[in-house]
Ligand binder design. Structure first.
Ligand SMILES: CC(=O)SCCNC(=O)CCNC(=O)[C@H](O)C(C)(C)COP(=O)(O)OP(=O)(O)OC[C@H]1O[C@@H](n2cnc3c(N)ncnc32)[C@H](O)[C@@H]1OP(=O)(O)O
Ligand SMILES: O=CC(=O)O
Ligand SMILES: [Mg+2]
Length: 551
């Protein structure tokens, strides 16, 4: 049986495939193994620090600005100049590293495409390795895809979006790649393979001498940004390219990170191209951080938007920080997507997206995200007609008022009602998302909204929080408390509703029952699981020669 040629200490346990073998070369694996060996100690320490910080929040502490790094916040430094290739980031489309979607996204008219190994992707072996093959072909310009059923051929246009790649967060292991007897760190595999194969071509064709470009997710502290900075420096050294060639935009999508924005930019100051408001994970992180604070229960998920004081404060402080340091302040993702079969509903969804983007551009954001190509013309229109300067507003909108946004603003309790329908919707969405994720699809349309790992996390932790603290639900004629009994009934009833909605055939062949088990266990766990996908990951690991997964 054919197998991968691996360097000393590296063991590939995923399926062998000739195409994958062209990515998993001995030299590329050596690069990944070197990264793993050099940084594993620091990564473990950073993850331990997250746990320690959480213990303090559980004892009642609130996240805050660190007095020890006041000099960095007060300092008069700026990040390296923005590379010309990414000066204009008015609209960025995002999507999983799936072949057809990569082509569609690069051709979409967006300025940037963020190819996602993270929130939008199930990190199973096939998706990850095909994703690497697809990105290599995309950077080469040779990517194509044939839809045989629709008799349609996909290939790249003359002009395409600039590619950014988002590797997984620090917490996710890659259990198909063992290095010195331990699973590799997922993001080092994603970064390492992509960088090794594409860095030279990318700089020559897309980055005008700079790149590759990355989005860096889910960090909680500047020490994690410092590790990424060292990883970038290591990559530059191995490739023999100038320091500052590689660039990354950090997603501010955890509550602790909002108090570290200057420090994160400072650590990455030679390699930064800004920050982005990862609003969905941010909401998830608010619940996680305050998991032991019964006075900070979230209202229904649909009510936690950018209008909540803590969310508004976060985006404005981010704009102020980025512009102060000379880099882009990127907006986030509106969850609405086009609704094909209902023009009125479609227009209403588009209007919500326009409103969200209007708020962002007026606040001073330099660009924003689109979940779907159908939204790009409207978003582009809102941004280009309302920006004070082009191609970005870095120097035009300073938001000096952002300096006075304080710790209280950033953690202010969200307002709104909690309802039984909220509990039901969380459950219905959480189970359906997880069923899709287990089957290999990491972003799905549900009830006319985009759902991915970040939005599903909100459903999970909100249910957990309401159960843990016995939240009272509003709007019922008699007082209703969220209890295990009530939740058990809701899960049963929502499963029946899901079966009705998707049909018995799809329900039987899908992973709904398995998803319901995992989701229910996580919502009722005595101690909150750190991540939905960390536990669920064990269910998608398939070692070769084939061993049974846990399902
Ligand atoms: C919280 C966060 O992290 S946000 C970032 C992570 N999340 C994402 O990136 C989500 C990206 N978006 C998507 O995955 C999809 O748009 C979904 C799942 C929400 C909706 O998908 P679908 O229902 O399949 O979309 P729909 O059927 O309308 O697609 C129409 C066409 O647009 C394409 N398309 C849809 N979304 C995208 C996208 N984001 N990028 C590229 N192409 C896309 C489809 O491939 C399809 O192409 P085709 O006509 O050539 O076949
Ligand atoms: O990654 C983006 C988010 O909103 O989460
Ligand atoms: Mg996210």
């Amino acid at each position: 049986m054919a197998s991968y040629a691996t360097p000393e200490g590296v063991d590939i346990r995923g399926r062998y495939d000739e195409e994958f073998a062209r990515v998993l070369t001995k030299e590329a694996l050596q690069f990944v193994a070197d990264l793993q060996r050099e940084f594993r100690g620091r990564i473990k320490y950073a993850l331990e620090c997250r746990k320690e910080a959480q213990k303090r929040y559980n004892l009642g502490e609130l996240p805050m600005f660190d007095p020890a790094t006041k000099n960095i916040r007060d300092g008069d430094w700026v990040c390296a100049a923005v590379p010309p290739a990414v000066a204009d980031r008015t609209v960025e489309i995002t999507g999983p590293v799936e072949r057809k979607m990569i082509i569609n996204a690069l051709n979409s008219g967006a300025k940037v495409f963020m190819a996602d190994f993270e929130d939008a992707l199930t990190p199973n072996w096939e998706n990850l390795m095909r994703g690497q093959v697809n990105l290599r072909d995309a950077v080469n310009g040779s990517i194509s895809y044939e839809d045989k059923v629709r008799k349609r051929m996909y290939k790249l246009n003359e002009k395409t979006a600039v590619l950014f790649v988002r590797p997984r967060g620090w917490h996710l292991p890659e259990s198909h790649v063992f290095i010195d007897g331990e699973p590799a760190t997922g993001c080092l595999v994603d970064f390492g393979l992509y960088f090794f194969h594409n860095q030279a071509k990318f700089r020559a064709t897309q980055g005008a001498g700079f790149g590759p470009f990355f989005y860096l997710p889910k960090m909680e502290h500047s020490r994690e940004a410092k590790i990424w900075n060292s990883v970038f420096e290591r990559g530059e050294k191995v490739a023999g390219i100038e320091k500052g060639s590689i660039r990354g935009t950090v997603l501010i999508e955890t509550l602790p990170a909002v108090f570290q924005m200057d420090e994160i930019l400072y650590e990455l100051r030679d390699h930064s191209v800004g920050l982005n408001c990862g609003r969905w994970d941010y909401i998830f992180s608010y619940v996680k951080t305050f998991q032991a604070h019964p006075d900070r229960l979230l209202p229904d998920r649909v009510l936690v938007g950018m209008g909540q004081h803590f969310m508004k404060s976060y985006s404005e402080r981010l704009i102020y920080t980025c512009h102060h340091r000379g880099v882009h302040a990127m907006g986030g993702m509106a969850a609405q997507i086009p609704i094909r079969d209902d023009p009125a509903a479609n227009e209403a969804a588009l209007e919500l997206v326009r409103k969200d983007k209007m708020r962002e551009v007026r606040a001073g954001h330099d660009g924003t995200w689109a979940a779907h190509p159908g939204l790009i013309p409207a978003i582009l229109q809102v941004f280009t007609s309302n920006m004070i300067s082009k191609p970005n507003q870095i120097n035009a909108v300073k938001r000096e008022d952002g300096a006075s946004i304080n710790e209280e603003d950033l953690v202010q309790k969200p307002r709104g009602v909690r309802t039984l329908e909220g509990l039901r919707l969380n459950t219905r969405v959480g189970i359906q998302y997880l069923a899709a994720w287990l089957s290999g699809t990491g972003s799905v349309p549900l009830y006319n909204l985009m759902e991915d790992a970040a939005t599903a996390e909100i459903s999970r932790v909100q249910n957990w929080q309401w159960l843990k603290h016995g939240a009272d639900l509003d709007g019922e004629s008699v007082k209703v408390k969220v209890t295990l009994e009530l939740f058990g009934r809701v899960v049963e009833e929502e499963l029946v509703r899901i079966e009705k909605e998707v049909g018995p055939e799809k329900f039987k062949n899908g992973m709904y029952k398995e998803a319901s088990k995992i989701f229910t266990r996580q919502c009722t766990a005595p101690v909150l699981d750190d991540f939905l996908t960390l536990d669920a990951y064990n269910h998608i690991v398939v070692h070769y020669p084939r061993s049974a997964s846990r399902l």
